[in-house]
Design a protein around this ligand. Structure first.
Ligand code: IPM
Ligand code: MN
Length: 357
């Protein structure tokens, strides 16, 4: 197959880890006889520095004309403590999600057996965890208008808004995936307080009627934040709105041992965007110690979801599994039992994975 992939490395550790997502794609292309071509785009802080805009038109154009996008990370500490900044790196990511119509963000939380001890959660609680999050990505409080200051800056307004259509389309997608898994779906909301959540519940109850084989349950977000770490194996597909999904998936990363292990797929229209769930990690950027596995797993998701290349995707996951079984770790997934001579840099562990593909 011939495919065009746009690589957007972004900020912080983005370029260091995305390099390995791309190398793995190149390696798969050679091994399986696919022709992948790569183009590059800028977004985030780096794009603001160069063009004044977090998402330059050129990057968006390239994105629209590609078959899939591999993205790194976004953000710079310079903006985090400057609440008055008008232009922010994150606006680039939000804009590309919206412009491309990527309303569904899929975040698989899968624990590699080898990492049972890398998580702060007890191994017996964790063993067998395998959750698929569906986070709504282009609605809710992230995009609701108005978002503004009033009263000479002394009052701030964010708006949480959802339409029946926005909920229905992601709910159907989540149920379709549940049918291919363990046939369990949990909607997370705050329907005891929020009107938007009550609409979510109403719509999901309606959609559930078309999926009688799926065992559907409902949970408030506060209860879920506890249940996720208390009994993670209870859950299969978890469906939720934009901000709850953002928060819960960071929490859920601890089930997989580290944020450095989680990939995501943002889909919904022609071109999907594949990225680690982690941020730009400015504290470790440039040190060569970031874990590239989330980017490599994003590449695997890209192959599977965007190109339907299941075998290719599996060979990446198997290579990561072997690398971990051989004892190799980056610092974030090491524990007291790790042989320190096997704690590797970003590039070293990237090479080990490539060798094993
Ligand atoms: C994520 C990130 C983004 C989000 C930020 C960088 C805008 O945290 O992808 O989870 O909140 O969606
Ligand atoms: Mn997040």
């Amino acid at each position: 197959m011939k495919k065009r992939i746009l690589v957007i490395p972004g900020d912080g550790i983005g370029p260091e880890v995305t390099k390995w997502g791309q190398k793995v794609l190149e390696c798969i292309g050679e091994k399986f006889g696919h022709e992948f071509s790569f183009d590059y785009g800028i977004m985030g802080h780096i794009a603001i520095e160069k063009t004044g805009k977090p998402l330059p038109e050129e990057t968006l154009e390239k994105a629209k004309n590609s078959d899939a996008i591999l993205f790194g990370a976004i953000g710079h500490p310079k903006y985090d403590n400057d609440p008055t900044a008008k232009v922010r790196p994150e606006q680039g990511l939000l804009a590309i999600r919206k412009e491309l119509g990527l309303f569904a963000n899929i975040r698989p939380i899968k624990l590699f057996d080898e990492l049972l001890n890398a998580s702060p959660i007890k191994p017996e609680v964790l063993k067998g965890s395998d959750i698929l999050f569906f986070r709504e990505l282009t609605g809710g409080i992230y995009f609701g208008k108005p978002q503004e200051r009033r009263d000479n800056g002394n009052t701030a307004v964010d708006t949480c808004i959802y339409t029946r259509e926005e909920i229905t389309r992601i709910a159907k997608l989540a149920f379709d995936f549940a049918m291919k898994r363990r046939k369990k779906l949990t909607l997370v909301d705050k329907a005891n307080v929020l009107e938007t959540s009550r609409l979510w519940r109403e719509v999901v109850q309606e959609v559930a009627k078309s999926y009688p084989e799926v065992e559907t349950s409902y949970m408030f977000v506060d209860a879920m934040s506890m249940a996720l770490i208390r009994s993670p194996t209870k859950f299969d597909v978890i469906l939720t709105e934009n901000m709850f999904g953002d928060i819960l998936t960071d929490e859920a990363s601890q089930i997989a041992g580290s944020m450095g292990m989680l990939a995501s797929a943002s889909i919904g229209s022609k071109v999907g965007l594949y990225e680690p769930i982690h941020g730009s990690a400015p504290d470790i950027a440039g040190k060569g110690i970031a874990n590239p596995i989330a980017s490599v797993l994003s590449a695997a998701l890209l192959l599977e979801i965007a190109f339907g290349m299941k075998k290719e995707s599996e060979s990446i996951v198997n290579a990561i599994d072997k690398t971990l079984k051989n004892g190799y770790r980056t610092i974030d997934i090491s524990d007291i039992n790790t042989d320190t001579s096997k704690i590797l840099s970003t590039d070293e562990i990237g090479e080990k994975i490539i060798e094993r593909i």
